[in-house]
Ligand binder design. Structure first.
Ligand code: ADP
Ligand code: 5SP
Length: 498
């Protein structure tokens, strides 16, 4: 038998999957790590936690599966995007990583816009948003001169873990696209952008394709995990690119919805010269010379996790959501907006915060839980609408991530999106995309599409119900008004936040 491993470095946990040549998952493990929010709007993690938990997860994968290390041909990564890991000349970490959902960088975004004007959208193909990496780099430049003086190079989360596993420093195009330093269509670091902020190009690591072989495992890593030094490591990709691959989004006309900590609606995009005016993110895919567009809800699964841990900490997601299907669409007049850490699509606004509108004395915990799911899904519908407005026909959506675990939520996605929602058999999200990169890199298939055809099988489809879709369309019109109606109120509350 031969196997590959996919490692998904998520925001809440690292997940590893062991996959055979038929795409069957022989074993999986997951190890969580903390997220620290030292101030409102801040979101950080310790890169050492990622490394430690990745090694632990790999060791368990080998111990429990009992698969001989010699049968594992390749390993690759998927990683949470945009997070800034600053390294000194010896490749030591300088400060905790500043993550994708950290919104401290509004001033730096305005500085980028002023310095680059129209060039930003022309070159980086994306707007200056707080979550992206360049604003984080500028924040450290401005606020932490001692740290900045030591900074020699930057990497993204999975690149740091790969560096520690192999000793190789590199970044793949799909992740580099989320830094705002890449000329996305030319696939090269942008000198124009780097020099505008006095960054030498040596501050940016070597660029590679997601499926490139970047070496073997270091001897001490092989010893610590039980893996063989002979297992080849392939660079890996951004979690959304890998999630898309793991959902089979490899040609025009395919769309996925991923509900993890964040929420993403993503479509394969052939029209690389079309100007999306920054309304959606435009990134390199993990397949060679391919692209995708996507909209992001900052707190999708995170809104549900926040609600559960704050108001029903003793309950699992399953218990909390059990019975919400007995409540009618609209949660008896209760509406939630998931802006609990600010928002990205369609409102790039770090100051906006969430709301429950329409609370009534008759509402119980289940009404709130249903309203939270509906609010998250309405937010994703805003991205679906932007993709449709760009000319895409979206009639089928592959749903992945934690949000695809609940049947009621899957049906709700179909009803709110007005599209058939498809769940995959043995859905593994971005971890499967990472395993596919390792399988393709190892030469098991001639193309990633061929690999997807062999690995991925659909499990169940959820068709939209015409009556519920109509009801949700009415509610969606109200949902859309909540942003405008609460934006100014939230701005006035900003100074009260801790
Ligand atoms: N059984 C479940 N039912 C509904 N939602 C769930 C369930 N389990 C997890 N989730 C949601 O999925 C989120 C985690 O998704 P995951 O894809 O594992 O996240 P990430 O990759 O960001 O770490 C949780 O925060 C929660 O909102
Ligand atoms: O910021 C983005 C994409 O632009 C996020 O999607 C991150 O990539 C984190 O993803 P999850 O941990 O939610 O999977």
């Amino acid at each position: 038998m031969s196997y590959v491993i996919g490692v998904d470095l998520g925001t809440s946990a690292v997940k590893t999957v062991l996959v055979n040549r038929q795409g069957q998952v022989a074993f999986e493990t997951s190890e969580s790590y903390p997220l620290s929010q030292p101030k409102p709007g801040y979101s950080e993690q310790h890169p050492e936690d990622w490394v430690e938990k990745t090694l632990l997860s790999l060791r368990k994968l080998l111990e429990v599966s009992k698969v001989p290390a010699s049968e594992i041909e390749g390993l690759s990564f998927s990683g949470q995007m945009h997070g800034l890991v600053l390294l000194d000349e010896q490749h030591q970490v300088i400060r905790p990583a500043i993550l994708w959902n950290d919104t401290r960088t509004t001033a730096q975004c305005r500085r980028i816009e002023q310095a680059l004007g129209d060039d930003l959208l022309k070159i980086a193909r994306n707007r200056a948003l707080e979550g992206f990496t360049l604003p984080k780099i500028l924040w450290v430049q401005e606020h932490e001169p001692d740290h900045w003086a030591r900074a020699s190079v930057f990497v993204l989360p999975k690149d740091y873990v790969r560096l520690r596993l192999t000793g190789d420093l590199a970044m793949d195009y799909s992740d580099a696209a989320g830094t705002l330093l890449l000329d996305v269509t030319a696939k090269a670091w942008s000198e124009r952008i780097a020099t505008a902020f006095e960054l030498p190009l040596s501050f940016c690591p070597r660029l590679v394709e997601s499926f490139d072989d970047v070496g073997g495992l270091l001897p001490d890593i092989a010893a610590a995990t039980g893996l063989s030094e002979g297992t080849r490591v392939y660079a890996g990709g951004a979690d959304n690119a890998c999630g898309a691959m793991g959902a089979g989004i490899l040609k025009e006309g395919q769309t996925m919805c991923s509900i993890g900590t964040s929420g993403v609606v993503l479509s394969y995009e052939e029209r690389k010269d079309l100007d999306f005016e920054g309304k959606v993110h435009f990134f390199n895919h993990s397949e060679r010379d391919a692209f995708y567009i996507m909209g992001v809800t900052l707190a999708a699964g995170y809104s549900l996790e926040w609600f559960r841990s704050t108001f029903a900490a003793e309950q699992s997601f399953e218990t909390l959501l059990d019975g919400i299907d007995t409540i009618a669409p609209g949660a008896d007049g209760l509406l939630f907006t998931p802006y609990i850490v600010g928002e990205r699509t369609p409102h790039p606004d770090a100051d906006i915060r969430g709301s429950f509108i329409g609370m009534d004395a008759s509402h119980k915990l289940h009404h709130f839980a249903r309203a939270v799911l509906e609010g998250i899904t309405f937010s994703l519908r805003e991205s679906i609408d932007i993709l449709r407005e760009s000319g895409k026909s979206i009639t089928e959506v592959i749903s992945i991530g934690g949000g695809a675990k609940n049947e009621t939520w899957l049906q709700m996605q179909a009803d709110i999106f007005g599209a058939t929602v498809v769940r995959l058999e043995n859905e593994q999200g971005p971890a499967m995309g990472a395993a596919m990169l390792a399988a393709y890199g190892s030469g098991w298939f001639e193309s990633l599409e061929q690999c997807a055809a062999a690995f991925l099988r659909t499990s169940r489809s959820y068709a939209p119900d015409a009556e519920r879709t109509k009801r949700y369309d009415e509610l969606f019109a109200i949902y859309r008004d909540v942003y405008t109606a609460t934006a100014e109120l939230n701005r006035r509350l900003t100074s009260l936040r801790g």
